[in-house]
Write a protein that binds this ligand. Structure first.
Ligand code: PEP
Ligand code: MN
Length: 366
C-alpha cells in the first residue's frame, strides 16, 4: 500500500520534472524560431534591395530540406523533419511578403493619411460618398446633353461616359473616339460636371488627356502594365477598376504600378468578378471594399451596373456598398436605354435613376 503510494509520488515528481524540461526546450525553440525569423526578414530585405520581388525560392528550400534530412539523427523520422521545416519556411516566406507589402505606396500604415482626390468642389474619399453617373457610351450630342441635365437635376456632379469602348466583339460599337470625347467634355463643362472616361491604350491617353478630369482604367486593362505606367506618369487622377479575375492583391499591385510612377491620385473601383454564378453579370465582391480600406489608403468606389448587369438589384447593392465603407457609387444612366449602343439592358432611364437617387440619398448623407 505504502509502496504503491511512494511510486505514485515518484511518478508525479518525474512528470513535473519532465514537464519543466519540455517547457524549457519549448522556450528555446521559441527563441530560435524568432531568431530565425529575424534572419529571414533580413534576407527578404537584401532580396528587395536587389530588386527581387518574388521571395519564394523553391530550389533553395529543397536544398535546405535535403541537407536537414542528411543531418537528422532521429528519433524524428525524415518525413516529420520535412513537415516541420516546411511549416517554418512558410512562416518565413509570409514574413518576407508582409514586410514587402508594408513598404508599398498603396499600403495603409500609421503615417499615411487617407488619400483624398479633389476636383473642383468634388471630394473623392472624404466623409460624403460621391455618385458617378452617365451613359455606358457617349453616343450623340443630344444624349450627352440630356444626361448632363438630368445629373444636375439629381444633384450629381460627376459624369461618366465611354468614348473608347472595350467591346467583347470587334464588330460591336467601338465608341466615338476622340471627337466624341471632345464633345462630351465641352457639354459636361457647360453643366459644371467632372468628366470620367475610360482610356484603353497609351496612345489615346495622350490625345484624350486635355478632355477628361479622371482617367478610367477598365477591368480588361487592370494588368496592362504599360498603360498603368503611362497613367502614373501624368497628373490627372486615375480610377482603377478591379480586373474581373484579379485578386485583391493583384489589384493592389496594379494601383502600385500607377503610384510608383509618381501619380498618387488613384481611386479604386470594384465592379464585380467572374464566378460560376450567372444570375448576375458578375459577382459583386462586397468584401473587397472593407479589405481594400484596410489594406490601402485609397478611395474605393463600387460600380453597381457592371457588377449586377440587371437593374432590379442595383439599389440594394449600392446600399450594401456604402454600408461596407465605399466612398461612392458608379451607375449607368441613359435617356432611352433600349436604344443604347452598348449595355442596353442594364442602364437606368431617367425615371429609374430618379427613383434610385431618391432611395440612396439618405444613405449617402449618413
Ligand atoms: C465601363 O465602366 O464603361 C466599363 C466598360 O466597365 P468595366 O471595365 O468595369 O467592364
Ligand atoms: Mn457599360
Amino acid at each position: 500500500m505504502i509502496e504503491s503510494l511512494k511510486g505514485k509520488v515518484n511518478s508525479v515528481e518525474t512528470l513535473a520534472q519532465l514537464r519543466t524540461e519540455i517547457d524549457q526546450i519549448s522556450l528555446e525553440i521559441l527563441h530560435l524560431l524568432n531568431k530565425r525569423a529575424e534572419v529571414a526578414k533580413k534576407i527578404g530585405e537584401v532580396k528587395s534591395q536587389a530588386g527581387t520581388t518574388n521571395k519564394f525560392d523553391p530550389v533553395r528550400e529543397q536544398q535546405l530540406l535535403l541537407w536537414l534530412v542528411e543531418q537528422n539523427e532521429g528519433p524524428l523520422n525524415d518525413e516529420t523533419v520535412i513537415q516541420i521545416f516546411k511549416e517554418i519556411f512558410k512562416v518565413a516566406l509570409s514574413i518576407q511578403e508582409q514586410d514587402q507589402e508594408n513598404k508599398l505606396l498603396v499600403t495603409r500604415n500609421e503615417t499615411t493619411p487617407d488619400t483624398i482626390v479633389q476636383i473642383g468642389e468634388v471630394i473623392f474619399g472624404g466623409e460624403t460618398p460621391v455618385m458617378i453617373a452617365g451613359p455606358c457610351a457617349i453616343e450623340s450630342e443630344q444624349q450627352v446633353r440630356l444626361v448632363a441635365k438630368e445629373l444636375v437635376k439629381q444633384g450629381v456632379h460627376v459624369m461618366r461616359g465611354g468614348a473608347y469602348k472595350p467591346r467583347t466583339s470587334p464588330y460591336d460599337f467601338q465608341g466615338l473616339g476622340l471627337d466624341g470625347l471632345k464633345m462630351f467634355y465641352r457639354i459636361a463643362k457647360e453643366y459644371d460636371l467632372v468628366v470620367v472616361t475610360e482610356i484603353m491604350d497609351e496612345l489615346s491617353l495622350q490625345e484624350a488627356l486635355p478632355y477628361l478630369d479622371i482617367v478610367q482604367i477598365g477591368t480588361r486593362n487592370m494588368q496592362n502594365f504599360s498603360l498603368l505606367k503611362a497613367a502614373g506618369q501624368q497628373e490627372k487622377p486615375v480610377l482603377l477598376k478591379r480586373g474581373m479575375s484579379a485578386t485583391v492583391e493583384e489589384w493592389m499591385y496594379a494601383a502600385e504600378y500607377i503610384m510608383a510612377q509618381g501619380n498618387k491620385q488613384v481611386i479604386l473601383c470594384e465592379r464585380g468578378i467572374r464566378t460560376y454564378e450567372n444570375a448576375t453579370r458578375n459577382t459583386l465582391d462586397i468584401s473587397a471594399v472593407p479589405l481594400m480600406k484596410q489594406k490601402t489608403h485609397l478611395p474605393i468606389f463600387v460600380d453597381v451596373t457592371h457588377a449586377a448587369g440587371r437593374k432590379d438589384i442595383m439599389l440594394p447593392l449600392a446600399k450594401a456598398a456604402i454600408a461596407a465603407g465605399a466612398n461612392g457609387i458608379m451607375i449607368e444612366v441613359h435617356p432611352l436605354p433600349s436604344t443604347a449602343l452598348s449595355d442596353a439592358q442594364q442602364q437606368l432611364d431617367f425615371d429609374e435613376f430618379g427613383q434610385f437617387m431618391l432611395n440612396i440619398e439618405n444613405v449617402l448623407k449618413q
